[in-house]
Design a binder for this molecule. Structure first.
Ligand code: SAM
Length: 281
């Protein structure tokens, strides 16, 4: 069966009109209309026939179609109640597509996906970080996450220590994955056009190279350290409620100066600090 390409401005306008739909700002709907971008995302995700893919927010099925054409088995979670009827038509004839209508933050992903799945998504910008951190922190059996995010979020995800954009989100993501920016996408590739440039980011999920005794506590310490960026590490941790004497003991064990700021610490430093702090409290 030959399927017309959805990733096209005329096709997208036609579909929206036929279903009497308008892109919802509230749901972060910016539909891809550039088939070249769809192909590049599928390539970045290294899709082989039979790959199990979770797509978050399939919209009218643009990226989904690229994934299905590459042979992926796609399970998609879409919040917008109006879109199942659209997807039924736009993706009619594709066998390996399953749709779950719901909120990705509420769906039990482990129940709907087999082990070793990939996530591929053009994420709604209003909850990008929340979705990514939820996927990574839940330690799901996901191998690769390829997502479109705002360029500024991509920069934070890939930041190195000692820079202003290196933050708690950077550490949380890089703790669980090797992250790189695959390519940038201009606003013209979407309908409607977003106000910002986007980037496609590839996260190769792996075991952390640094040993952490308690991951929840590690994340708590990272968040507390970055809580007040302009304060020293010692003062930030005191401000977050840790006891000064416990912090000082932990800093000594971890061989970290309390006068540093959170942005000066590597992921290994945070691991050593949280391990030492856990022992001292
Ligand atoms: N994948 C399509 C594309 O590339 O053209 C649409 C991408 S659009 C940026 C984001 C999609 O995520 C929209 O279809 C929106 O309805 C959906 N969405 C928003 N919030 C969601 C949530 N919490 N759970 C699942 N889908 C959501």
């Amino acid at each position: 069966m030959l399927h017309p390409k959805i990733a096209d401005i005329a096709a997208t306008r036609y579909i929206l009109k036929a279903f009497n739909l308008r892109a919802s700002k509230r749901l972060g709907q910016n539909f891809l209309i550039d088939s070249n971008v769809v192909e590049k995302i599928v390539e970045a995700a290294e899709i082989s026939a039979g790959d199990e893919v979770l797509e978050i927010g399939p919209g009218i099925g643009t990226l989904t179609q690229g994934l299905l054409e590459a042979g992926a088995k796609v399970t998609a979670v879409e919040l917008d109640k109006k879109l199942p009827a659209v997807l039924e038509k736009t993706l009619a004839g594709y066998e390996n597509f399953k749709l779950i209508q719901g909120d990705i933050l509420k769906v039990d992903v482990e129940k709907i996906m087999p082990p070793n799945f990939k996530v591929v998504a053009n994420l709604p910008y209003y909850i990008t970080t929340q979705i990514l951190l939820t996927l990574l922190e839940k330690k799901l059996p996901v191998t690769k996450i390829v997502t479109m995010v705002q360029k500024e979020v991509a920069e934070r995800m890939t930041a190195a220590p000692n820079s202003k954009i290196y933050g708690a989100m950077t550490v949380a993501v890089q703790f669980r994955a090797d992250v790189k920016v695959a390519f940038e996408v201009s606003p013209e590739s979407f309908l409607p056009r977003p106000e910002v440039t986007s980037s496609v980011v590839v996260c190769d999920v792996r075991e952390s190279p640094v040993k952490v005794f308690d991951e929840e506590f590690f994340i708590k310490v990272v968040r507390a350290s970055f809580g007040q960026r302009r304060k020293t590490l010692l003062n930030s941790l005191v401000g977050a409620g840790f006891l000064r004497e416990n912090i000082l003991a932990a800093l000594e064990v971890a061989k970290i100066s309390g006068n540093l700021r959170a942005e000066n610490l590597s992921i290994a430093d945070f691991a050593n600090l949280s391990n030492a702090l856990l022992k001292s409290i």
